[in-house]
Design a protein around this ligand. Structure first.
Ligand SMILES: [Cu+2]
Length: 153
């Protein structure tokens, strides 16, 4: 008798656990859509000054708008704060969605200097709509600094 009740209890506990697991999976899948809107005062300028002020950079995504879910290229134009183009720089890139706690789905990188301060950035991809940040860490003759761009997709 008691073993019958035990197994019934065990089965309903297992079922509850399975339901909880399914709900967790569902909320993870839909989580990105359930967050509030991005802060209203974000600066979406395509030209930004670096955090310490050593550089000014402009991003030029290839094409008129930044595509969603598609691998594409950017040109990063880099100048010193005095307006001198920077052609020799070590640039690393990361980013993500601050509201969602995830990074970029790819590992974009500068593949070559194009001259006149322009740098080819390959491997850009944004796999969902919303507020993204893209951060460039610059290391060049003027020193180390970083730049953050906000994007709304
Ligand atoms: Cu997201």
């Amino acid at each position: 008798m008691s073993t019958l009740i035990d197994s019934r209890v065990r089965r309903s506990v297992a079922r509850a656990a399975a339901v909880a697991l399914a709900l967790t999976a569902l909320s993870l899948l839909t989580g990105c859509m359930m967050f509030a809107k991005a802060p209203s005062d974000l600066d979406y300028a395509r030209t930004r000054r670096s955090e310490v002020g050593l550089y000014v950079a402009t991003i030029h995504p290839t094409g008129d708008s930044i595509p969603r879910g598609k691998l594409h290229q950017w040109t990063l134009h880099l100048e010193t704060s005095a307006g001198v183009p920077v052609d020799s720089a070590n640039v690393s890139i990361d980013g993500g969605m601050p509201q969602h706690g995830h990074g970029l789905p790819t590992k974009p990188r500068v593949t070559r200097a194009l001259g006149h301060g322009d740098h080819m950035v390959e491997g850009m991809k944004f796999n969902m709509g919303g507020w993204w940040v893209v951060k460039f860490r610059i290391s060049a003759a003027s020193g180390r600094d970083s730049l953050v761009f906000n994007l709304s997709l």
